[in-house]
Design a protein around this ligand. Structure first.
Ligand code: EPZ
Length: 432
């Protein structure tokens, strides 16, 4: 059990290099299964969701080699298992991408129902709808999803909701299906385009990724490739807000500014200065932060994965802000923790009313999910006094060396190991 201890009140200054995108990497790694040759993947973030994906690939029979800090060579030719068991799948939501990749390659898959951040009801009906449209049959039993098909055939898939995961899974399953697949009401996030670019670099024929209609003409074989994952827009946005919350001046490097447009525009409204370059951005504050209204929507709208972080910033701004969550049922679970730090936030359903108090105070708090954890770090950096954040394993699922990068910007943050009381008492009982 680790925790972060932050002494707040230090301005962040200097530059930070953003890692590869979690939500692209966790789809691209399973997608390697579809290749008939080894692939080299660069700019892979060092986060626990990626490490679990690599472990699943190894357990299936792939050979995974680490060629350098963030570069992996993956040879999928020895894969002889099509099952992702409960023990690994429960640890991350993105384990569902193994369904699409295994089905696309072997016409069958057996994957435990996925875990991941607790954000409310997380159905997979649209994933199953896509697999069925392509000719697969599914059964759900004892927490496992089984898929099988004699032959996958292209078809029209219309999603009832805009869903990132089901769009990517439909692409993975359709890429080798016979004929044409048309996905309508597709999600348009940068990681959708990244997965399409990766699959096309292996010889797939995918058009329209990044719009709401994606067309896929099935191919028989996919070959090896060398590919670099896009920068993480949410990690970049989190550091932009951390810079703003501490009144800092930070250069955010290795980013695609276009992917950050909705975040940039909102931060400028709040009073944050931003100067954009080709693959970097300077973010600084030299005046008061002011209230704003934020509503999260699928891309190109303001991302739900930045909602807790911007809410933390708005607690420091002048005036009353309204934050509306438009994607998940339960994404305000962090609010109680921010209240412990002096924030004045009232939640009513999917709407949070934030009365800016101008300052926060340090407190012991708990990360309840990945982006909630990021929001608490931002609050802790800006607060007066010491903040201790427990359950940081949520944060480590999606941020590559968060504390090291923040220390590089001048933050006073340390990761401390605390003995796991439950395990200790179990051991003590076992020893008696
Ligand atoms: C992805 O989750 C991300 N995770 C999430 O990132 C992100 O919050 C989310 O997209 C929205 O951008 C990964 O990429 C691994 P969805 P995903 O399918 O794909 C409903 C983070 O912090 N829905 O786009 O699981 C669903 O309930 C995380 O990095 C159905 O109704 O999300 C939700 O309301 C957490 N049926 C909406 O669609 C389905 O079959 C969007 O979900 C699927 C989804």
């Amino acid at each position: 059990m680790d925790k972060f201890v932050i002494k707040g009140g230090r301005r962040l200054t200097g530059s930070v290099v953003i890692s590869g995108a979690k939500n692209a990497a966790v789809a691209i790694l399973p997608a390697v299964i579809l290749s008939d040759e080894p692939c080299i993947i660069e700019n892979v973030p060092d986060i626990s969701d990626v490490n679990i994906s690599l472990r699943i690939l190894r357990e299936m029979g792939a050979v995974v080699e680490n060629l350098g800090k963030d570069v992996y060579k993956i040879d999928p030719t020895g894969i002889d298992k099509v099952c992702v068991p409960y023990e690994t799948a429960r640890k991350m939501r993105a384990s569902y991408y193994f369904l699409g990749a295994l089905l696309g390659k072997f016409n069958k898959a057996r994957v435990s129902m996925p875990g991941g951040c607790p954000l409310g009801d997380r159905p997979i009906d649209q994933h199953l709808k896509a697999f069925s449209a392509l000719g697969a049959e599914y059964t759900l039993s004892q927490g496992m999803i089984d898929l099988k098909a004699d032959q996958l055939r292209g078809n029209q898939i219309f999603f009832d909701v805009v869903t990132v995961g089901a769009t990517m899974n439909a692409m993975l399953a359709a890429v080798k299906a016979e004929g044409l697949t048309v996905i309508e009401n597709a999600a348009k996030e940068p990681h959708i385009v990244d997965l399409a670019n990766f699959l096309n670099s292996m010889g797939a024929n995918i058009m329209g990724a990044g719009t709401d209609v994606i067309k896929i003409r099935g191919v028989q074989h996919l070959h090896g490739t060398s590919y670099s994952v896009i920068p993480d827009q949410i990690e970049a946005g989190t550091f932009m807000i951390a810079a703003a919350a501490t009144g800092g001046d930070v250069m955010i490097e290795n980013i695609t500014p276009k992917h950050l447009e909705s975040i940039t525009k909102k931060l400028e409204k709040i009073g944050v200065n931003i100067e954009q370059y080709d693959d970097s951005m300077r973010v600084w504050v030299d005046g008061p932060l002011v209230k704003a209204n934020v509503k999260t929507t699928p891309h190109p709208g303001f991302p739900t994965d930045m909602q807790p972080q911007i809410a933390a910033l708005l607690t420091l701004a002048e005036g009353t802000s309204i934050v509306t969550e438009g994607v998940w049922e339960q994404r305000f679970r962090y609010v109680d923790e921010l209240r412990r730090m002096g924030a004045d936030i009232t939640v009513n359903g999917k709407v949070a009313l934030i009365e800016g108090t101008g300052s926060l105070m340090g407190a012991p708090v708990k990360a309840c999910d990945l982006r909630a954890g990021a929001a608490l770090i931002i609050a802790g950096l800006a607060a007066n006094g010491i903040t201790e954040i427990e359950d940081i394993y949520h944060i480590e699922r999606g941020y590559d060396c968060m504390e090291g990068k923040l220390r590089g910007l001048g933050a006073d943050i340390e990761k401390i190991s605390v003995p796991d009381k439950m395990a200790e008492s179990k051991n003590a009982r076992a020893a008696v």
